[in-house]
Design a protein around this ligand. Sequence first.
Ligand SMILES: Nc1nc2c(ncn2[C@@H]2O[C@H](COP(=O)(O)OP(=O)(O)O)[C@@H](O)[C@H]2O)c(=O)[nH]1
Ligand SMILES: [Mg+2]
Length: 364
Amino acid sequence: MKLFLVGGFLGSGKTTAILQAAMGLQEEGKKAGIVTNDQGDTLVDTALFRMNHVAAEEVSGACFCCNFGELLDRIGKLRDANAGVDIIFAESVGSCTDLAATVVNPLLQLENPLDISLSVFADIRVLAIYLQNHKKVFHRDMNYIYQKQLEEADILVVNKTDLLSDRQLKKAKSLIEREFPGKKILYQHSLTKEGVLPWLTMLLNFPTLPDLKATLQLDYEKYASGEGLLAWLDATVDIRTSDKKAAVLGLILIKLIRTALDQLKYPIGHLKFLISDGDWYKKISYTPGQPFKKQSHKEMANTHQVTLMVNARVQTQPLLLKRVFEDAVRKLKRTTVCQITEKNLASFKPGYPRPTHRVQHINK
Ligand SMILES: Nc1nc2c(ncn2[C@@H]2O[C@H](COP(=O)(O)OP(=O)(O)O)[C@@H](O)[C@H]2O)c(=O)[nH]1
Ligand SMILES: [Mg+2]
């Protein structure tokens, strides 16, 4: 059984690439499954996979490292006769690192070890600025996490190449190759099945790790401090209207939240929304530094009712992030005719990372 572990920073494109790869595999008659992971427990990514008929299980409430038992359980669920999956992707939390010691090596020590590789995604625009800017892009302790993620990649997937001109791409490549000599690096965009094909081919042919994987030297205090800079907010609301404009109202709520975050100057880690009426869906996502883009109302389904899921990872305090969300909902209620029901709302900071296992290994 192959397990493709996929790490990399918030918004680097992990889910987009896995979805394309999984759908490509399914078209060839292979069945792919995914274990999603987040500190929260109502995940846009899981809903997105399921809406696209990809078997998805989730480890929620903590990262894979700190909830290794649940990861094993979810892998088991995907492998069992009902799901009957041949290939499993596992997408880790975007602010997580040390996966070699806490996930790969414990999996390699199982009685029936899995064929496992670690891909780490990076948004080419962020990575190029990071390297140009003497590795100072985020707050100091978040830069540390970013650096450590890149360091432990078996395959470094430099993603979103479609967003650079040829000249910018050439310059970015030379910076990246100078920084990571000898590393397996792939440049791709992940918007189509063709875009992710070289990555998928590399994964399918990746050599079985003979022993344990080399692990990072990691300062957990710095790691915890970097993760603790972000506040998490997960919310689900139902929006009902009498005039089939529920999806458009979902868009207006998204705009209210995004505009408030900009006004307050809270830096966005990843802001993800899924609007859905059960059959139709639209995912809207904002990543670090990405300006607000008005979405066309024409793309929205005409429907009386939608569910809007919000997964926000933002550099601020949880209570302040919750206030932004609640103010936006109040404003929508005040200025439009609709019925809004909050189904769940949680806002918090991730806890100190305490991995279930930490199996160190140094290559001789
Ligand atoms: N232009 C472009 N956008 C991408 C690409 N891959 C992902 N995205 C967008 O980047 C945003 C974050 O992607 P997502 O897969 O959710 O990132 P994750 O947090 O790493 O799982 C979404 O808006 C995606 O549509 C790519 O190759 N090119
Ligand atoms: Mg994701």
